[in-house]
Each structure stands twice: as C-alpha cells, then as structure tokens.
Write a protein that binds this ligand. Structure first.
Ligand code: 4AD
Ligand code: MG
Length: 431
C-alpha cells in the first residue's frame, strides 16, 4: 500500500492509501466518527463507520486523544463540500504514540499561554497556514531575485559596525574585542554590489529595541537587495515589483491557507505595481489636515501616523524624502535640498506599518566621512566602508524588507509574533 501525504491525496481518488498522521480533533456519535487528521502537509477529515469497520476498530477511533500519532489506512473519496476536495474513508488505525493531556484544546486560550506552548501551538491550523505563507514569501523572494539577475550574498552576523544607529545594538564579546549582532547587512551588501552588481541577502537581524508593539521583534529576518548604478527612483520600482510579486505568488500558491485564515483576498489582488508615493513634506501636511497636531516637520512618524496615511490608499504607499536628522548616516542627500535625503519607507495597508526601509547611498568620499563624524561613529570601524568610495565609487541604492511584518500583513495575523516560528520578544526567550 502506498504511503502518501495529505497534500497529495487529491491525486489518489479511489485508491487505498496509508498516512502517517496526528489527530487534530474528533467528533463522534454511536455509529460514526469524524477524525480531523494532520500530517504537516495538510489537514483532512477521516470518516470511520462502525458498521463497516467493526466494534474493535471503532472503539479505538473513539478513544483516540488529541495529538495521538498513528498510521491510518483508508480509501480516498472525493468530497466536494470540503475546500480540500477529498476525505479518507478509514479502514485501519495503528496507534504509534498516544498523546496525554494535550494543552491546546479546541477552546479559546490566552496569548501568554499559547506563547508558552509555542512548540505545540505551531501545530494548529492557523499557525500552520501562516508558516506555509511565510515559506511561500521566501520561495517567491528567491525566485524574484534569481530571475532578475541578483546574486545571493551572505553578510556576517557578528560585526563591528552599526548601520542603523548604536542605541539598539546587541553587544557581545569577540575574544578580546567588542562585537555586535548584525542589525542590518547593508554595509557589507554595498561592498558586494561593487563586486557583483545586483545582490541580495536574506538572514536574521537583531535589534535590542525596548518596543512592545505588534510590529516589533528582537530577532527578525530581513531581505536586503543592493544595486550598483541604480538611483533613487529605480530603487522604488524594484521594490514595488518585488512586493507585488510575493503577494501575487501567495495568492496563487496558498489559496487553502488564505481561506483557512479568513483573509480578505480582494485586498491582496489589488497589490500590483506601481504603488503611490507621497513626500514626507506632503505627509506632514496631510496629517495636519487630518487633525494630528502632535507631529511637526522633522519628527519621525509613529504608528498612528503611518496608519492614517496608509488608510488613504488601497496599496502600499512610499513615503519619500525624510528629514536628514531622523535617518541613518549613509543616505544620499536630495540633489536640490540639503534638509532631506533620497530615502523611502514603504507602508503596508491595513495598519501593518513600515515593511521596507530603503535609500540611495552616499557615494562621495568626503560627504560620507563628514556624516560618520557627525553621527559620532568610530571611523576606524568604517574604514573599509569609506574605502569603497575611493575605488570607482558609483551611485547605488538598496532596501531592506522585514519578512515578519510582510508575512503578518499578507496573512492578516494580528501580531508579528505569529509570523515567525519562535519569536524573540522583549520579555520572551522561551521556548
Ligand atoms: O528600516 P530599517 O531599520 O532599515 C535597515 O535596516 C536598512 N539598513 C535596510 C537597507 O536599506 N538595506 O529596517 C528595514 C525593515 C523595516 O522596514 C521593517 O520591515 C523591518 O526591517 N524591521 C523590523 N521588523 C520586525 N521587528 C523589528 N524590530 C524591526 N525593525 C525593522
Ligand atoms: Mg525603517
């Protein structure tokens, strides 16, 4: 008999098959039992009828506890009522391990309880769907960049520099030196772009941010493309094409998951390039018109501001050209103004906040040296970075997309803690 996975069942209608599965849930009466089975690849309903299988097997089925593991045999039947398209008419059950007192019962549970049981919570339907969507975003990311001439480059995790400012660094010892966990691979990606033209990285980044919001993780994954000879506006075009590509890939390849999450897919279908752009100056004016008098030109946006701006559009929106004072040291100044820089944040719809930060980078040696001094950075740690501006320096641009915020938005999860398998949060290092 063929051992198959649940996701492959629609191709085996009418056949007798064997599954390795766990019991997700169960409903039964005196004559018939419905077993909700899961095997990692998917979920399917198994039906077992007392008259057909006899007393003993039926009693075994009725006695199964939640999350018991087993081999199940049965005939694959077409079932047009389920969105999955089939169910299993069970003819045999071989219990492997009977689970005891599985804590995450089908009733409602509090968030802290679920987080303490994250190692088990991952098995639930909703979490399963979000992880599948995360996987699709990763798959589509590689596909997009590989098919557009980018080379994958892995910047180091242990570093001596701080691209995004020194206040949120995780410090560690590197033998006798001080080192930091990477908060962004960008500076290294700039060096790589000068060697390979168009590059992208995908890896973990760390921010010791004392923020406890639904958008902040301490450890998160970032995709960081960097491109030589690419200027500000071209950089935005790559971003909108990339974001549209991953959203459309999820719509195409994760239909069941989006349905299970109850995601309103009409909002995602609309995510096609181009995306709207609003300058920082105009965003401030817009906020004042909307009655936000708590923000002045020169201030950074908080999430209520970002949400108010995002609500005005039905696609992600670029906020461009922020004041030089609230952005990192490496951003290229605006050609006609010295008070703003050639950067953009991409704000997701529906209140999910900033999913991309990007900019054109300074390519002039003297200006970069001056900025490093103005930001009180230790020039010796950035000597190699400055050196790039001495050896055939060119205009170049790049950006960083936060994976978890993007996955939370696409899947409609309320908090980024659900879009990473084992979230590291302000008060959480367990499990
Ligand atoms: O805007 P950020 O800080 O930009 C950079 O790190 C640049 N060096 C990237 C580059 O140009 N190569 O971070 C980029 C993105 C944010 O837009 C957000 O999506 C995500 O990373 N991000 C976080 N996600 C979860 N938790 C946090 N604490 C995050 N901080 C940033
Ligand atoms: Mg940012």
């Amino acid at each position: 008999m063929k051992k198959i996975m649940i996701q492959d069942m629609p191709g085996h209608i009418g056949e007798t098959v064997k599954l390795g599965a766990w019991l997700a849930n169960k409903r039964s009466s005196g004559k018939i039992a419905f077993l909700q089975l899961r095997d990692g690849s998917g979920f399917v309903q198994g039906v077992i009828v007392k008259e057909e299988v006899g007393e003993e097997l039926f009693a075994t089925a009725k006695g199964l506890t939640q999350e018991t593991s087993m081999y199940v045999t049965g005939v694959v039947k077409e079932d047009t009522r389920s969105s999955f398209g089939c169910e299993l008419a069970i003819t045999g059950i071989e219990v492997i391990h009977a689970a005891v007192d599985y804590p995450i019962t089908p009733k409602e549970h509090g968030v802290e309880f679920l987080m303490d049981n994250r190692h088990l919570w991952l098995r639930s339907r909703k979490q399963h769907a979000i992880m599948k969507i995360r996987n699709e975003v990763i798959r589509a990311t590689y596909e997009f960049f590989n098919s557009n001439g980018f080379v994958k480059i892995d910047p180091p995790i242990l570093t001596g520099s701080a691209p995004e400012g020194t206040s949120e660094l995780f410090q560690t010892k590197y033998f006798d030196e001080d080192a930091y966990l990477s908060q962004s691979g960008q500076l290294y990606m700039e060096a790589a772009a000068m060697a390979l033209g168009k590059v992208f990285s995908f890896g973990p980044t760390f921010r010791a941010e004392k923020s406890k919001t639904r958008r902040h993780l301490i450890e998160f994954w970032m995709i960081e493309p960097e491109m030589a000879f690419v200027e500000f506006e071209e950089n935005l075009e790559v971003q909108e094409q990339y974001v549209a590509y991953i959203v459309q890939s999820v719509l195409k390849n994760c239909k069941l998951e989006l349905e299970r999450l109850g995601r309103d897919t009409s909002k995602l279908e609309n995510i096609q390039a181009p995306f709207p752009r609003i300058s920082y100056d105009d965003a401030i004016k817009f906020l004042h018109e909307k009655g936000f008098d708590d923000i002045q030109w020169g201030d950074d946006f908080g999430s209520p501001h970002e949400t108010a701006i995002a609500e005005h559009y039905d696609k992600p929106v670029f906020i461009t050209c922020y004041p030089v004072g609230i952005k990192p040291f490496y951003m290229q100044p605006h050609p006609e103004r010295d008070d703003v820089v050639l950067c953009a944040d991409l704000i997701a719809p529906e209140g999910y906040g900033e999913i991309i930060g990007g900019s054109e980078r300074i390519h002039d040696y003297d200006l970069l040296k001056q900025r490093i001094a103005e930001h009180n950075l230790d020039e010796s740690a950035y000597a190699w970075y400055l050196d790039l501006r001495k050896q055939g320096s060119v205009p170049h641009s790049g950006f960083g997309l936060g994976l978890e915020r993007t996955v939370a938005w696409i899947s409609g999860a309320e908090h980024v803690r659900e879009s990473i398998p084992f979230p590291r949060l302000l008060n959480r290092l367990y499990p």
